[in-house]
Ligand binder design. Structure first.
Ligand SMILES: Nc1nc2c(c(=O)[nH]1)N[C@H]1C(S)=C(S)[C@@H](COP(=O)(O)OP(=O)(O)OC[C@H]3O[C@@H](n4cnc5c(=O)[nH]c(N)nc54)[C@H](O)[C@@H]3O)O[C@H]1N2
Ligand SMILES: Nc1nc2c(c(=O)[nH]1)N[C@H]1C(S)=C(S)[C@@H](COP(=O)(O)OP(=O)(O)OC[C@H]3O[C@@H](n4cnc5c(=O)[nH]c(N)nc54)[C@H](O)[C@@H]3O)O[C@H]1N2
Ligand code: SF4
Ligand SMILES: [Mo]
Length: 696
């Protein structure tokens, strides 16, 4: 008889690029394999709830297709033929190529490229230490947060807000531009608690009737990129109907009279024409937030992924400044808690050896950069060698056709460190197998909550997988990069970073698992003033001085309207492109992650576009028909689903599928643009005009 399996339940943290950063309770079987993954019950934000795809993590970590050994390309680029090599050969090759590029084209011809495939600070950001120590090209990480964060900081002065758990103490929760049921499930935990315990109303503002909108008491379905108009009309009604808190406005805001005069011309009829939302719904929304002081605006990323996204984010954050909701428990606006941790990552990132003269290249413009566009390269040398960690740009980056062209250049050397043979790894010269989060040590902090958390190594990695830190240190040694951080273990880096940031040492986390970093009420609600030099919330942002980045202004920022408004710089529909496309997240994928696990693939089905039945009828398109979506950037073939939960003229395609799941290998990002958006760059993933036709 077999003895029953020994199952331990050990703490960890979900490493994926998700604001929820869940605290986990992981079943480890016989010290070797992962069983079911649970949400930690004793962490107050996670509160025992995690998403289904991470609950089934055993499927991803023990996936038969995991990369297990270093590989080198044999045959043509992207041809798919690789041969197994040793770690020494792989690391020697990478170092020789980097040194050769440096000799011939200068250090700036090497471009380490990464994203947030893991949110662990050591494994995500350590690549910057190699960059800075070697003066390799800089990296401006624009693809995700820039319009959202800069738009929020434009008003408040700081990326923080009321305790996320206060959502449960609100009388109204406005879930704006985030499909929380799919993308950060714990928002729903706290919002629904407010409904259950206090009878709170849930409002959802989105561009389609997604799983979150289905939960709403009041659902506002607008056209993509028009949230600024909605916010202005709401403020119009608040002033008009006496719901503006004039005492608060005088004490806490910069130009309340100018704002009132300005939104006086932005009434619900004006906004209806822009947003498509009936004026009666706008009035109802304004009345609700105007008469409910404890209104918590939970502002997501989705409505910032447009060319006017920063302006829209700022406009939404202005509403609680008009009602004075910020003063109340359960009131105010929240996007992310990044600033409360005051991280000092010098030891991880090597910022102490950064040379500010080195050029900084824009992550989102990887296509133009690899295709050698002089302006994208800031007039400097071409990119000749890359190390890619934690990201899959061939699938996820905008302007995909250019990315595919650029990365296929025969004179470009690419090393990709990955868990799977992604579409980016498939284009590499050298592929390195990476550990997963349960196989290495790291530290995490929540964007959507207020904890710092430790995630320790629980099992050994399979095959010859190595962590990002091991790879960075091994390359550093071979290319002669010097920094103390290369001589420390991940736990030592965590310990030093915690101490330098004012959180004590790692022992505290070994004991307590996490640190609750929530600032006091007055600070989180800006009771002592907002984080701008004059202490006021800014209706009129000083964009060049928004404390978000020192990389500099980008895009047509000088044309940004001075007060909250509808900024008409989106890709409007026109005669050639009668439809607007948003490329929203899929519930069972996380960006391109999980698009390799069988259960996620089964749940998502196949690449699909949701079209309003009346629009489909006009195009002679029926349920399940193959259709072509196109614009000047390219064409994509997928399957139609008739769906009346969108405005006419708007279509939605969920999920970053592998490009190969589409006919012709052209993925959804073939249609998205990489033009630079104001004021600090970013990618307008939900702002695309397109044509649609039935495929023959
Ligand atoms: N399941 C799943 N979870 C994820 C991800 C995923 O891909 N799948 N991605 C992760 C990452 S990297 C991030 S940054 C977060 C992002 O998570 P969110 O903050 O939720 O942002 P988005 O995923 O971009 O889009 C959210 C919603 O905004 C809607 N939207 C698009 N355009 C507009 C608009 O103009 N106005 C309004 N009001 N709504 C609009 C979209 O239709 C979508 O329903 O989620 C993370 N979590
Ligand atoms: N059409 C469309 N495109 C989008 C979006 C959209 O809404 N619509 N959203 C955009 C957003 S918000 C983002 S943030 C980007 C994200 O795009 P990506 O960063 O590319 O997405 P992820 O799937 O989170 O992670 C990428 C890879 O990191 C790898 N990885 C995970 N952990 C580790 C590790 O420890 N070491 C190494 N070496 N690799 C690891 C995973 O295997 C995965 O293949 O996508 C963007 N692309
Ligand atoms: S909700 Fe987000 S953080 Fe939580 S387990 Fe799922 S992917 Fe991870
Ligand atoms: Mo993201």
């Amino acid at each position: 008889m077999n003895a029953p399996a020994r199952i331990a339940r050990l703490p960890s943290v979900c490493p994926h690029d998700c604001p929820s950063a869940c605290a986990l309770d992981v079943e480890v079987v016989e010290g070797r394999t992962i069983g079911r993954v649970h949400g930690a019950r004793d962490q107050t934000y996670t509160a025992g709830v995690i998403c289904a795809k991470v609950a089934r993590y055993a499927e991803r970590i023990h996936h038969p297709n995991r990369l297990l050994h270093p590989l080198k390309r044999v045959g043509r680029k992207g041809g798919g033929d690789f041969a197994r090599i040793s770690w020494d050969e792989a690391l020697d090759t990478i170092s020789e190529k980097f040194l050769a590029a440096e000799r011939q084209f200068s250090a700036e011809s090497v471009w380490p490229y990464y994203c947030a495939g893991t949110m662990g600070r050591v494994m995500r950001d350590g690549i910057n230490r190699l960059r800075h120590a070697k003066k390799y090209s800089g990296f401006f990480s624009t693809i995700c947060i820039n319009p959202a964060w800069s738009g929020f900081i434009a008003g408040t002065g700081k990326m923080m807000g009321p305790d996320p758990r206060e959502m449960a103490k609100a009388d109204c929760v406005v879930i704006w531009g985030t499909n929380a049921v799919s993308t950060q499930v714990n928002v729903m935990t706290h919002a629904i608690r407010a409904r259950r315990e206090r009878g709170a109303k849930i409002v959802v503002v989105d561009v389609y009737r997604n799983d979150t909108m289905k939960q709403a008491d009041l659902a506002l379905c607008l056209r993509p990129g028009t949230d600024g108009a909605l916010a202005c009309a709401v403020m119009h009604v608040l002033f008009r109907d006496g719901h503006a808190d004039r005492t608060y406005l005088r004490k806490y805001t910069d130009v309340p009279d100018e704002l009132e005069a300005h939104v006086g011309t932005r009434d619900p009829a004006w906004a209806e024409a822009i947003t498509g939302v009936p004026r009666t719904e706008i009035e109802a929304f304004a009345r609700l937030v105007g008469t409910t002081k404890r209104t918590y605006f939970r502002l997501g990323y989705g409505f910032s992924r447009s060319r006017n996204g920063a302006v829209n984010m700022h406009a939404a954050s202005c509403i609680p400044a008009v009602t004075g909701a910020w003063q109340h428990e359960g009131g105010g606006a929240f996007h992310n808690n990044a600033a409360i941790y005051h991280w000092d990552q010098t030891i991880i990132e090597g910022t102490d050896v950064r040379d500010p003269a080195v050029r900084v290249l824009d992550q989102s413009r990887i296509g133009a950069i690899l295709c050698g566009e002089a302006e994208a390269l800031h007039g400097g040398p071409p990119v000749k060698a890359m190390l890619v960690q934690n990201t899959n740009p061939v699938s996820v980056a905008p302007d995909q056709t250019r990315v595919q062209q650029g990365i296929a250049r025969e004179d470009l050397f690419v090393a990709v460190h990955e868990q799977f043979m992604t579409e980016t790894a498939a284009m590499a010269d050298i592929v390195l197998p990476a550990t997963m989060f349960l196989e290495h040590d790291d530290i995490y902090s929540g964007g959507g909550h207020q904890y710092i958390m430790l995630g320790g190594k629980l099992i050994d990695p399979p095959g010859e997988c190595r962590s990002n830190h091991e790879v960075i240190c091994a390359i550093a040694k071979r290319v002669g990069a010097e920094h103390e951080g290369f001589r420390l273990t991940p736990r030592q880096l965590v310990d030093r970073t915690l101490r330098n940031s004012g959180w004590g040492g790692i022992e505290r986390l070994d004991e307590d698992k996490w640190i609750d970093c929530q600032p006091p009420f007055d600070e989180a609600h800006f009771i002592n003033g907002f984080a701008n030099p004059d202490g006021k919330f800014r209706f009129k942002p000083d964009w060049p001085n928004v404390r978000f980045t020192n990389v500099g202004m980008m895009g047509p920022w000088q044309a940004i309207p001075s007060l909250p408004d509808h900024w008409p710089v989106i890709e409007e529909a026109d005669a050639d492109h009668p439809f607007r496309l948003a490329t929203s997240p899929a519930r069972s994928f996380l960006n391109s992650s999980f698009n390799e696990t069988p259960s996620s693939l089964a749940r998502e089905g196949r690449p699909t576009v949701m079209i309003h039945p009346a629009d489909a009828a006009g195009l002679d398109i029926g349920e399940g028909d193959k259709v072509v979506l196109g614009n000047r950037r390219g064409e994509v073939k997928l399957n139609a689903r008739l769906f009346d939960g969108v405005r006419r003229g708007v279509v939605i395609s969920e999920g970053v599928w592998p490009n190969v799941a589409f006919e012709d290998g052209k993925g959804i990002n073939t249609l998205t643009g990489a033009d630079c958006i104001a004021p600090f760059g970013g990618a307008a993933f939900h702002d695309n005009h397109i044509w649609i036709r039935k495929a023959r």
